[in-house]
Design a protein around this ligand. Sequence first.
Ligand code: URP
Ligand code: ZN
Ligand code: ZN
Length: 486
Amino acid sequence: MKHDLVIKGGTCVTASEMFNGDLGITDGRIAALGEGLHGKYVIDATGKLVMPGGIEAHAHIAQNSATGGMTADDYTSGSISAAFGGNSCIIPFAAQHRGMGVTETLDLYDSRASGASVLDYSYHLIVSDPSEVVLTKELPDAFRRGITSFKLFMTYDKMLVNDAQFLDVLSVAKEHGALTMVHAENAGMIKWMTDRLLARGLKEPKYHALSHPALAEEEAIHRAICMAKLVDAPLLIVHVSTPEGAALVQKARQQGAKIYGETCPQYLFLTRNDMDRPDMQGAAFMCSPPLRDAATQTALWQHIQSGTFDVVSSDHSPYRMDDTGKLAHGMDAPFTVIANGMPGIGARLPLLFSEGVGKGRISLPEFVALSSTNAARLYGLLPKKGTLAVGADADIAIWDPNKRGRISADNQHDNAGYSAFEGWEVTGLPVTVLSRGIRVIDGGALHAQAGHGQFLARAKFEHSGRKGYLAPELDPTQNFGVNIAP
Ligand code: URP
Ligand code: ZN
Ligand code: ZN
């Protein structure tokens, strides 16, 4: 049999193994793994790594912030940058702002993404207003639409939910098999620190890092985990930036709770000293949680190695360094009104490969797990995405492990206009990216059209294997027989 396309001679890597073999693609899917396969077209991958394309599962694209700003990237530029960086699938956010319905929010993001993306996409739904109708009707409707992950904020005045609302969303998510994600920082601690800094006239961007103390993350992660345990619901702590927060995730996992963890390149490669620049340049490095220090980087790598983190995501939040983005309030604005976040969707995988695999910190299968397979598992995309298996979509990234490059705003293909990782030397880069067997990136050029990417209705979250937690107060054998568990 002749396949539409055969990738020959490469080293195939999945999250569990490596093997030398050919990969046959027919009708956009992997049809065979074997030797001596024949195809109408052949890609010679000798000396290259053939891996599942990355799944970028934390990105803010075509998203209004709560303060009214709009990200610099839309679904076209965001997906193109992702593709150049070795990704074949993206899951940005659809943000419900207060006063908006969930269905209205998803319709809005459908209109922004449809026909625009070069890669297949879905959204996580940010829930900021969990009203009765949202909990009882709109979240179940969203779930039926294939949106099987919801994000909650414990900070940002216009986005945060209180603890009771948090428990309500966790319970609805649990009932439907959705995964809740949380931005865990203590809002009151941030406000208190901010007020003290501003009262002393300390308003430059670098003070943003002090206004979000590590303890604010530790407290909120602890609280979030306790809430998830109370209702025995799965919870993913996104962008963990502190050793203390990571240790809480690790402990909860060891106890069998359905707790999952994510960290991001900025916490592995940058520190708050990067924010100590004149004028407003430090604003380029402002994100929440903020950059920490070198000791944190070491600890987070150890947590990657010991399995605390399921995913390393970019948290791509592109705002330009001009009056359309970070400098919308002028050159003298306090850090409190500067948009949070930095671009990084194209840099995530080259950095993780070079600094992780290249420096011996993680193995190639671990790289695939952290960059693709675990996201597919958490977000209901396995076995369609995230692996090299017969029947899976042919979403494939071919990497040259020896190709050297330098990260620069000029080669990221996004609209942010700067890179927080400017000048970082990397060894190992994607050279070809396929989406459903179609060349998206090859030879340093874009080949797919906007609109190639399709919406992915995702399946429910499978978290078998964790025993979970039964609070005695919710256990009918210990609580006078009352049945109040969600
Ligand atoms: O600073 C960041 N990360 N901005 C994006 C929004 C978020 O909290 O993930
Ligand atoms: Zn967040
Ligand atoms: Zn984010």
